[in-house]
Design a protein. Structure first.
Length: 395
């Protein structure tokens, strides 16, 4: 696993183990849990939604244009991530929908890296050594990403090292990462920061847009759920995201059926025996099939294939209000569980609710007649083809 993705992810948090993982996890947790960082994410999301997405959708309603929602959401999330992470706006969601070389490079790198799983290792290693075929394309895609990040971090490491400054509470993700690492006496060089930046893209962009496309696909095909969400959104103010209980349950239900990361790979660190008698040997690899767990009748009942947000809710008989009933994270490991629980979990829910509230309050998303998505299981859950939709102004 580590060698397969090492060209892309390097020594970032998503790939390392042991002390390296513990160290990075420790100071990254300070960043993701900081109110100032969450405010930065929220501000960038509001700016992108109000300044670009709403005007784009409004134009589509007038022109009766068909949009590829999968492409739109990827442009949206990538613009936001770059603003939050690197103080740069690639402007991929401009009305002209320009070329998106960074997104294309990242998608290419993920696709080829995943392809190594099904390709004989001797073959792809030979291609890598000779720098030919798919491995040449991977090398080029990774170079595009690394050159971009190299420009974004130019001077940052030296600035913080020389000034020995405290963490800039208004700074971007890389500013905070570098200063926190230096405060923790971690050796910081250009490669280490670039590796972290690429891991940040995977964790904060690919997973978010995956969650969004499947949420809107499911909601658009379940009018009663959509009606309940819209009702709740209109009753709440934009600042009352935590009060959107039914919307929260719908998001959880969507990710149960289509988890952004469908497979998790773990490695056994010491011999063990599971309660059912399964013997595990040190060094063994274990695939945790999150997608299959979400559809298990044993875990979720006979209607496990159905999109039913109410399975997460309990109605208060005296008030008629919904109460959210969370599930054990080991039953619902969409954000992993235990010490490796996703650091961006709460931020992800905040952003999905913001996008859902902004869109559904104003528009209906209507997939083209006859469209049915083909699930594409990669590192994250995607649709194999475009997601063509019409945008209808809500009355």
């Amino acid at each position: 696993m580590q060698f397969i993705f090492s060209d892309l992810l390097g020594d970032g948090l998503l790939l390392v183990d042991g002390e390296k993982w513990k160290t990075q996890r420790h100071f990254l947790s300070h960043i993701f849990h900081a109110d100032t960082f969450r405010y930065r994410v929220k501000s960038a999301t509001i700016k992108e939604l109000s300044g670009r997405l709403i005007p784009l959708f409004s134009s589509a309603t007038i022109d009766k244009a068909t949009l590829d929602l999968q492409d739109i959401f990827h442009r949206l999330t990538f613009d936001i991530l770059c603003q939050v992470g690197f103080s740069h706006d690639p402007e991929y969601l401009l009305p002209s929908l320009p070329e998106k070389p960074l997104i294309d490079a990242f998608e290419t790198a993920i696709k080829i890296s995943m392809g190594r799983f099904t390709c004989p290792s001797i073959l792809w290693k030979a291609k890598k050594l000779l720098n030919i075929g798919s491995e040449e394309n991977l090398s080029y895609a990774v170079d595009v990403l690394r050159e971009y990040l190299k420009k974004r971090i130019a001077g940052k490491v030296e600035k913080f090292s020389i000034q020995n400054t405290s963490i800039d509470e208004g700074g971007d993700f890389l500013d905070r990462f570098i200063t926190r690492a230096l405060k923790c006496n971690v050796v910081v060089d250009e490669k280490f920061v670039i590796d972290t930046g690429i891991n940040f893209i995977l964790a904060g962009d690919d997973t978010l847009f995956s969650a969004l496309i499947w949420f809107f696909w499911l909601v658009s095909n379940h009018p009663q759920v959509e009606q309940e969400i819209v009702k709740e959104i209109k009753e709440k103010n934009d600042d009352d995201l935590n009060e959107m209980v039914y919307t929260h349950a719908s998001i959880c239900e969507s990710m149960r059926l289509y988890p952004p990361v469908p497979l998790e790979l773990k490695q056994v660190t010491e011999d063990d025996v599971w309660p059912d008698g399964t013997k595990l040997k040190k060094g063994m690899s274990i695939f945790l099939h999150v997608l299959a767990m979400g559809r298990s009748t044993e875990l979720w009942g006979s209607d496990s294939e159905s999109f039913r947000p109410e399975r997460w809710l309990l109605k208060n008989p005296s008030t008629g209000n919904w109460n959210f009933i969370p599930r054990d994270p080991f039953t619902y490991p969409v954000f992993q569980a235990g010490p490796r629980t996703c650091l961006g979990k709460e931020i992800a829910f905040m952003q999905i609710k913001m996008v859902a509230a902004t869109i559904l309050k104003r528009f209906r998303i209507v997939p083209l007649d006859g469209f049915s998505p083909i699930y594409n299981s990669s590192l994250t859950s995607k649709m194999k083809t475009d997601f063509p939709v019409r945008i209808i102004q809500r009355c």
